[in-house]
Design a protein around this ligand. Structure first.
Ligand code: NDP
Length: 449
């Protein structure tokens, strides 16, 4: 880890290491938060006495279960699934489900832990949780995806509820998967409980602007960081990693705000199009045809595809990591800074390694960590729950406006808190402390929980 911890926090981290062996991503996420909490314990010693940090680091409940299902050849497959209900001091557990072969308990716990603070930053009544499975959707037929989702929900449903735990999508889980999950929940419970899942389709309880929300929100955050420095996104050259839900709508909002996005990627490689990416083409390839990003160059011969290419070597003003954890390391951060990058906003969760973060901070570029910069997705999920509870369906413009206001507010709170705790311009400090205080104060008010 890049930074040493305050003497009060070091033993807490040691305990986390001891109790959660081998969960390296979870250790990384906890360390990154603890690094910033030293000054909080000076100002609020009661949180140390009451062991609030130790309690926050221990999930309220962890569920691990078997998901048996049959593939198209009639062969039985077995996956493992998780739901970590981390903290419900502010509201029902809220956080997405991830389907990816790399999923294990340590990934779900890092995501659930980050989610607690992210959700607190939105100022909406949602606790933190996360789930997923080591199921690999790549190459699976529609029918296989459906059978897997149905089997998963056959166990998971008993742990969910609009006032208990409300999942959504994440890597490998989009509207199609959420549809199969919601359908099975409805069938088992005999309840049309819209508020039990978010990211739903528009004709079955979803919210307008939810699909766009994480990507749009990340770009709003980047824009606010630049505005705080007397600059803007207009005319900037942008590079976005990934080409999934978050990446696509980050590209869209960048283009709407007058920036030129010249590169994106998937796990196979990257495309670089100096003319500016053709977003309609990307949407067709990824959302409709579900093909690899390499297909882009078939229709745009002037663009290039680089297999296994490192997207952070493409010179840009603004970098938006929107794929996965630890995709941007110290060397990449150095390359970005040397190539003149002035801002990084994370659409993905924990995409930058601790070494990378330190390089951005030392170079004094604007760096927006995921738990603040990508909070627009879960915030709009909470708006979806609000619409479900009141049986309402807001317009796109109204919902997108609410999202923008929430992101501006998150940026302002992080900025001001960083100032207040002696770290001006440090959004990691700002986000961690703002989120922590909100959760800690609620936990304190609710007695020993
Ligand atoms: P998608 O599954 O829609 O897209 C993920 C993208 O990232 C794909 O292009 C995928 O490429 C790429 N990717 C995934 N894993 C890897 C890997 N190991 N190496 C390289 N590329 C990889 O997911 P989302 O867009 O929903 O999520 C992207 C990130 O944003 C995640 O970190 C997620 O936790 C975070 N996030 C998502 C939110 C949401 O609302 N969806 C909310 C907040 C954060 P390939 O197809 O080749 O695997």
């Amino acid at each position: 880890m890049a930074v040493t911890l305050d003497e009060k926090l070091e033993p807490i981290f040691h305990d986390v290491l001891r109790r959660n062996p081998g969960e390296t991503e979870f250790h990384q996420a906890v360390h990154e938060v603890l690094e910033t909490l030293g000054p909080v314990l000076v100002k609020y010693p009661e949180f140390a006495e009451k062991k609030v940090i130790q309690r926050i680091c221990e999930p309220e409940r962890q569920i691990i279960f078997r998901v048996p299902w049959m593939d198209d050849k009639g062969e039985i497959q077995i996956n493992r699934a998780f739901r970590v209900e981390f903290n419900s001091a502010l509201g029902p557990y809220k956080g997405g489900m991830r389907f990816h072969p790399s999923v294990y308990l340590g990934i779900i716990k890092f995501l659930g832990f980050e989610q607690i603070f992210k959700n607190a930053l939105t100022d909406l009544p949602i606790g933190g949780g996360k789930g997923g499975s080591d199921f690999d959707p790549k190459g699976r037929s529609d029918a296989e995806i459906m059978r897997f989702c149905q089997s998963l929900m056959t166990e998971l449903y008993r742990h969910l509820g609009e006032y208990t735990d409300v999942p959504a999508g994440d890597i490998g889980v989009g509207q199609r998967e959420l549809g199969y999950l919601f359908g099975q929940y409805k069938r088992i419970t005999n309840r049309y409980e819209s508020g039990v899942l978010t990211g739903k389709g528009l004709n079955w309880g979803g919210s307008r602007a939810r699909k766009e929300a994480t990507g749009y929100g990340t770009v709003f955050f980047a824009h606010e960081m630049l505005k705080a420095r007397g600059d803007s996104l207009e005319g900037k050259t942008v590079v976005v990693s990934g080409s999934g839900n978050v990446a696509i709508y980050a590209i869209e909002k960048c283009q709407q705000l007058g920036a030129k996005v010249i590169a994106c990627s998937d796990s196979g490689g990257m495309i670089v199009d100096e003319q500016g990416l053709d977003l309609d083409l990307i949407k067709r390839i990824k959302e409709v045809e579900r093909r690899r990003i390499s297909a882009y160059v078939e229709a745009r011969p002037k663009a290039r595809y680089v297999e296994d290419g490192n997207i952070w070597t493409v010179p840009c003003d603004v970098a938006l990591p929107c794929a996965t954890q630890n995709e941007l390391n110290g060397k990449d951060a150095k390359t970005l800074v040397e190539n003149g990058c002035i801002a990084v906003a994370e659409g993905a969760n924990m995409p930058t390694t601790p070494e990378g973060i330190k390089i951005f901070q030392d170079a004094k570029i604007a760096y927006g960590p995921g738990k603040a910069a990508n909070a627009g997705g879960v915030a709009t999920s909470a708006l979806e729950m609000q619409q479900n509870a009141s049986r309402d369906f807001w317009t796109f413009d109204y919902t997108a406006k609410r999202l923008e206001e929430i992101m501006v507010n998150i940026h302002r709170n992080c900025y001001e808190t960083a100032d207040e705790f002696g770290a001006p311009g440090n959004y990691v400090v700002g986000a961690n402390i703002t989120g922590f205080l909100k959760v800690a104060q609620a936990m304190d008010a609710l007695g020993l929980i």
